[in-house]
Write a protein that binds this ligand. Structure first.
Ligand code: PLP
Length: 377
């Protein structure tokens, strides 16, 4: 028997209802949306997904919900679509490489100036840091909603309010919080980015982003190509969603998103959050009883998602992961978790940590079994 504690990387199984719907789809015909009459059904799948995702994230117009291969592609598209030469960009000291690498590439290429906002070692951030870092040419603030290493939830609403006071645009990376923490895009963020395969419970290789009303005009399409519309022109269409969805879309991934997000909506994000908070609270309380363990993020379950990184004194992180798997069948992820910035913030670079993350399939019994296994190391 295995215990899966790596939901921050991916949710390992689709729900029975979602996989049932996908099986049915796979038995039928598959056509391109917007390329022929029969493809109308494919367009309807996308619209269904846009409606569900739009409702989940508080996006007023479903046509402003766009699909891509995931959070990484989306972050590249929105960052590159919004910045212009000479812009100054801010991002936090706990960003995933999906944000950090495209930003640093733009900095190294001489396109932007870039500053990392310093977070506290537990991953938290003082919103005042944003005000102090804003300059005349600051264009963009990019923030992860919760660190994928420490689990700490960032004060995004306060930070974005400050950014907007200065006319700075805001991008929120919801890869770790989609389907887990409630958030209304129209109230706070100009752009949100989501991954399909984590808290949203959809297939890997899908995800996307949503943009505020005024952003669609300000953002350049960073990827362009055929859309089946305005084909006489070499320019991308002005209208949504075609402007940001060139090429053939990942219809089965989009269908999985529609079905899984509808499930999340009927379960209620608040209820999901409450359940995950309970798991995190019990896990952190249990970890505090084990002397050789140091919890790297916040100890307050109200201030984190179900992602907990630890160091085990006397052990290398990779060794702990291996022992947990070989002796107890527990699947974790050790190392730097694609976020060297977060580990530098936490003081765990370059050794890394062992990360435990819980999700829809996690049970209380599994949490107890993991605690026992750690205690027996
Ligand atoms: C905070 C954060 N941002 C972005 C990503 C990248 O997501 P995707 O796999 O959809 O490209 C991840 C995935 O680990 C993440 O945790």
């Amino acid at each position: 028997m295995t215990i899966y504690a790596n939901y921050a990387a991916t949710t390992p199984a689709l729900s029975p209802a979602v996989s049932g719907e996908l099986r049915e789809y796979l038995g039928g015909t598959h056509l391109n949306a917007g390329r022929n009459f029969e493809g109308l059904e494919t367009g309807a799948i996308a619209l269904r997904a846009r409606r569900a995702v739009g409702k989940l994230f508080g996006v007023a117009d479903p046509l402003r919900v766009l699909f891509s291969s995931g959070a990484t592609q989306s972050l590249n598209m929105v960052i590159n679509g919004l910045v212009r030469p000479g812009d100054h960009v801010l991002a936090t000291g706990v960003e995933h490489n999906a944000t950090a690498r495209p930003l640093d590439l733009l900095r190294k290429s001489g396109v932007i100036e870039l500053d990392w906002l310093r977070c506290r070692p537990d991953g938290s951030l003082d919103p005042g840091t944003v005000r102090n870092a804003i300059r005349k040419n600051t264009k963009l603030l990019v923030m992860t909603h919760a660190s994928n290493v420490l689990g700490t939830i960032l004060p995004v609403t306060e930070c974005f309010r400050i950014a907007h006071e200065y006319g700075v645009l805001t991008i929120l990376d919801m890869a770790q919080t989609g389907g887990v923490l409630p958030f209304i895009m129209e109230d706070y963020a100009d752009v949100i980015v989501f991954a399909g395969h984590k808290g949203l419970g959809a297939l890997a290789g899908g995800g996307g982003f949503a943009v505020g009303e005024s952003i669609a005009e300000r953002m350049r399409p960073w990827i362009s190509g055929g859309t089946g519309s305005v084909s006489h022109s070499l320019d991308m269409p002005e209208f949504m969603p075609d402007r940001f969805e060139p090429g053939t879309q990942n219809t089965i991934g989009i269908l999985s998103l529609a079905a899984s997000v509808e499930e999340i909506l009927s379960a209620g994000v608040e209820k999901i959050r409450e359940r995950e908070r309970g798991h995190t609270a019990r896990f952190i309380a249990g970890l505090r009883e084990i002397k050789k363990i140091h919890v790297c993020g916040t100890l307050d379950p109200d201030r984190c998602v179900s992602v907990v990184s630890v160091e085990v004194r006397g052990y290398d992180a990779g060794e702990v992961s291996r022992l947990l798997f070989e002796n107890h069948g527990i699947i974790t992820r050790s190392g730097l978790h694609c976020s060297p910035l977060a580990h530098k913030t936490a003081g765990t670079f370059p050794g890394g940590t062992v990360r435990f993350s819980f999700g829809s399939g996690t049970t209380e019994a599994e949490i107890e079994a993991i605690l026992e296994a750690l205690d027996s190391l």
